[in-house]
Design a protein around this ligand. Sequence first.
Ligand code: SF4
Length: 98
Amino acid sequence: MKMTIDMPFVSGCTVSECAYNINDSCRAHAITVGDGVHPGCDTFLGAPRHARNSKQSAGVGACKVTGCMHNEDYECVADSIRVGLTADTVNCLTYMGR
Ligand code: SF4
């Protein structure tokens, strides 16, 4: 059974070291953001690339960063987000503190 869920779209990710990244696009089904405080991408996986070159782009399945103005009840309500490196950390670049 496949599920269709309305999620914020990961419109781009520049972290080419991640197994889910192909051509600056995240090809996971969905990502989880944050550890409760920092808006890091919890789905980042520093491993050899996904074998399948799927065309899908990821959604944001969950976000634990309640200090972000786009966060409602541990869910992201932005239309889309971007992910990239801040210093050496893989972060949600759409994060905006309250
Ligand atoms: S924009 Fe805010 S609420 Fe949405 S994923 Fe990024 S940190 Fe979480």
